[in-house]
Write a protein that binds this ligand. Structure first.
Ligand code: GAR
Length: 214
């Protein structure tokens, strides 16, 4: 059997995206993937509990004093821990901090993020609330590679979700979340199969035949 892709998941909160990845690995939908470790910047993150329950090494690593970034020394600890577990792809799953150049350079074109809107619309925090307040009729979810901007990296997959007349932030967020759980695993599977090729801003999804020829 082909060598499995080792991913590391960074999560700040409840970890339903992490759970979907764990479940998809267990059920055989992500046959070429294993989770090397899970790291959180929040000691009470439910994501850590979910990882431990699945037998995955799980760490809380103090992020430093700033709210939106990792302190440089702490950032080094995140990188070291991921490398120690042989992580080849870093998956941000509700990780609420911006990664700086040093982190990006440690995993070039090997960091993905899931965002609860159709980027480039509604980047940053509270994307579902932004969408509802703006009045769009369609929103959705995006998986993208991470660059130095906020939710600006090359887009891998997107799926749209209809905004219903009686939606609240919660009902819209729930509908988007179901799509997130599906497309994040799809994007990871494509990466594991070597089928994602970044060409400038565009991510080309190669067919199986094209991969064989590379
Ligand atoms: C998800 O909706 C994810 O898209 C969002 O946080 C939630 C985490 O849920 N991420 C962002 O808004 C990043 N800008 P989860 O902890 O249950 O996976």
């Amino acid at each position: 059997m082909a060598k499995k892709l080792i991913i590391g998941v960074l999560a700040s909160g409840r970890g339903t995206n992490l759970q979907a990845i764990i479940d998809n690995i267990k059920s055989g939908k992500l046959p070429n993937v294993e989770i090397g470790c899970v790291i959180s910047d929040n000691p009470d993150a439910k994501a850590l509990e979910r990882a431990r329950r699945a037998g995955i090494p799980a760490y809380y690593i103090y992020p430093g004093k700033k709210r939106t970034v990792l302190d440089p020394e702490q950032e080094e600890k995140y990188i070291e821990t991921l490398k120690k577990h042989g992580v080849e792809l870093v998956c941000l799953a509700g990780f609420m901090r911006i990664l700086k150049k040093k982190f990006l350079d440690a995993f070039p074109n090997r960091i993905m993020n899931i965002h609860p809107a159709l980027l480039p619309a509604f980047p940053g925090l509270n994307a579902q609330k932004q969408a509802l307040e703006y009045g769009v009729k369609v929103s959705g979810a995006t998986v993208h590679f991470v660059d130095e901007g906020i939710d600006t990296g090359p887009i891998i997959l997107q799926e749209a979700v209809k905004v219903e007349e009686d939606d609240t932030v919660e009902t819209l967020a729930d509908r988007i979340l179901k799509v997130e759980h599906k497309i994040y695993s799809e994007a990871i599977r494509l990466f594991a199969e070597g089928r994602l090729k970044i060409e400038g801003r565009r991510v080309r999804i190669l067919s199986g035949d094209e991969v064989d020829k590379t």
